[in-house]
Design a protein around this ligand. Structure first.
Ligand code: PRP
Length: 206
């Protein structure tokens, strides 16, 4: 239904390399970047196109281009930024909304510390990006905030999701479609995805 698991072998292979606890910071970052590109390809698969007139060296013809306004990528800091880089290399003219949230380690609620979005997000497709969907507190808070600013067309892309997070996100925002590379087994008592890959922000930035 609203959740797509991207089962492409390249995505699955790279995700497995990222789960390995001995993967270096450099390797982890590079893999997240590569998977970001591959997931950007999937999440934009059904964007509408329109025919525009173009002059080739030989003639004038009609050829397809993506219709509408440029899309907005909305990374949830910090780990979302590692995902953003790969996506931007595929969609270089996208606008970017930065959403700073951290999870309170005791309550696991999302606390906002930064929010800066382009002023016209109401007219654009907004793709929220965060490698991890655990309790979904962060994703739900980010999407609440974007809706407050008028965003109507929103998608969510992550690398790894917990079943609990998928259930919470789809209950809170049923119209927001989700793309993920994998749905893992469960959340542990500290809100970590198991088997997972640890804390993506820490593995990338320390
Ligand atoms: C992690 C992760 C997500 C969030 C997921 O961020 O990057 O943003 O937790 O958990 P949730 O679904 O339960 O909200 P964290 O708060 O550790 O911040 P960081 O990215 O800055 O390390």
């Amino acid at each position: 239904k609203g959740v797509t698991v991207v089962s492409h072998p390249l995505v699955q292979h790279k995700l497995t390399l990222m789960r390995d606890k001995s993967r270096s910071t450099k390797g982890f970052r590079q893999l997240l970047n590569e998977i970001g590109m591959l997931l950007a390809y999937e999440v934009t698969r059904d964007l509408p196109t329109e025919l525009v007139e173009i002059e080739t060296p030989l003639t004038t013809t009609m050829a397809p281009m993506i219709a509408g306004k440029k899309l907005v990528l909305a990374p949830i800091l910090r780990a979302g930024v590692g995902f953003l880089d790969g996506m931007l290399s595929l969609v270089p003219s996208a606008r970017v909304a930065h959403i700073g949230l951290y999870r309170d380690p005791d309550t696991l609620t999302a606390v906002e510390y930064y929010f800066k979005a382009p002023s016209d997000i109401a007219d654009r497709l907004v793709i929220v990006v965060d490698p991890m969907l655990a309790t979904a507190n962060s994703a739900v808070a980010a999407i609440d905030r974007l809706k407050e600013r008028g965003a109507k067309d929103i998608r969510f892309v992550c690398l790894l999701a917990a079943p609990e997070g998928i259930a919470r996100l789809t209950a809170a925002h049923p119209e927001v479609r989700v793309w993920t590379a994998a749905i893992d087994d469960h959340l542990n008592d500290h809100g970590y995805i198991v088997p997972g890959l640890g804390d993506a922000g820490d593995r990338m930035y320390g």
